[in-house]
Design a protein around this ligand. Structure first.
Ligand SMILES: *Cc1c(COP(=O)(O)O)cnc(C)c1O
Length: 368
């Protein structure tokens, strides 16, 4: 019998019958999109749940990133990391902004804040760090640099759902934080995203921008885009919110088992969980080091041959892709740590419904 396929993640889906009443309400109201009731309720409940004051929903995280840059009128150069999903820097190109790559820290795999200052030029207007795997960036150091040079900070917080740093939402740091609710994320609305901001005036501006720039029926205040989340997505989000704590708790159990079992495997290094922050256990990255008998790619292939689809997040680096590789800061010599980690990293399957027997198959293949 062929072995069951195990993917790196599986979308979190509540029981279908729980979703039907929401759909009935949409069918009755015939209000499908444009700040409907579910949209308003989800903005309110998510802000409460996440511990932030102002949040604006989007149709996906990438449009939210592009809009965040528009909202702050960012131009010129933005300092960012090559170790992320490609949407981080695509959002810069879509705004005609030049990404400037800075190397990562070998412990957190986030942008190395010590290297940011030397990448600042007269064209620099902002820093766009990523909380990779939900591990917080050095937010205080980054803010100090931003304040000193008059730069904005926009966090790509696509992995950072429900993370508290020193008992306060990580999303309160920076000028704006952008979330993704894509199907593969801890909290999903099929596709979706949000911008978290600090004040009502900024939320108003973001809300105009995501609705073509309309301020009222006859007034267009900005060249906005259509970034609206529809009522089906918002309703699904409200339902998901009821299940998300249980989902994170189940992921935590899997994270613990991996750590316990893999601790004994020579050449496999698990990334430590941050001491001063909560985790959402959305990824389980390991580094395949020199003393492991197989290369990272050989292990990746061995798992694939047994229908286990681990993923190399993040390989290739963003700086390797054709639209970025000619930028001077994209050179491998400027990004030695990111290049090394991209060759070693493998994200193992983790999701609430991953069964004991599935986990067993994963460890056995890695451990023997
Ligand atoms: C998922 C993700 C995005 C893009 O979000 P979408 O909702 O898929 O558009 C951006 N950045 C990072 C780091 C991501 O993981």
């Amino acid at each position: 019998m062929p072995e069951k396929k195990i993917y790196v993640t599986q979308p979190q889906l509540p029981p279908l019958e729980e979703f039907i009443p929401y759909l009935e309400q949409i069918w009755q109201s015939k209000w499908l999109t444009n700040a409907g009731e579910f949209h308003q309720q989800l903005e309110y409940e998510l802000a409460q749940y996440l511990g932030v004051e102002h949040l604006s929903l989007f149709t996906n995280g990438t449009i939210a990133l592009i809009t965040a840059l528009q909202a702050l009128r960012i131009t010129g150069e933005v300092i960012t990391t090559p170790y992320s999903f490609v949407a981080t820097t695509h959002s810069l190109l879509w705004n005609g902004i030049k990404p400037i790559f800075v190397d990562i820290d070998s412990h957190t795999l986030n942008i190395n804040s010590d290297l940011i200052e030397s990448a600042i030029t007269p064209q620099t207007t902002a820093i766009m760090p990523v909380h990779v795997y939900g591990n917080p960036c050095k937010v205080d150091a980054i803010q100090r640099i931003a304040d000193m040079y008059g730069l904005k900070v926009i966090y790509d917080a696509a992995h950072a759902f429900a993370i508290n740093l020193e008992s306060r939402s990580l999303l309160q740091h920076g000028d704006l934080s952008v979330l993704s609710f894509h199907a593969t994320k801890v909290f999903n609305t099929f596709e979706g995203g949000a911008i978290v901001c600090r004040d009502a005036a900024m939320k108003q501006r973001i809300d105009y921008l995501k609705n073509f720039g309309f301020a009222d029926e006859v007034t267009v205040v900005a060249p906005g885009i259509n970034g609206k989340m529809n009522e089906v997505q918002a309703a699904f989000g409200l339902l998901q919110l009821k299940h998300v704590d249980a989902s994170i708790a189940a992921r935590k159990g899997i994270d613990e088992q991996y750590r316990r079992r893999l601790a004994r495997v020579k050449g496999i290094r698990c990334l430590p969980l941050p001491a001063n922050a909560t985790s959402n256990y959305s990824y389980f990255p390991v580094l395949i080091e020199k003393d492991y008998p197989l290369s990272r790619d050989a292990l990746y292939q061995k798992l694939r041959d047994h229908n286990i689809f681990a993923r190399r997040y993040f390989y290739p680096l963003i700086s390797e892709f054709p639209m970025y590789c000619a930028i001077p800061s994209a050179a491998a010599s400027n990004l030695p740590i990111a290049n090394e980690i991209a060759q070693q990293v493998l994200c193992l399957p983790i999701y609430p419904e991953l069964e004991e027997a599935d986990l067993e198959r994963v460890y056995c293949l890695i451990g023997d």
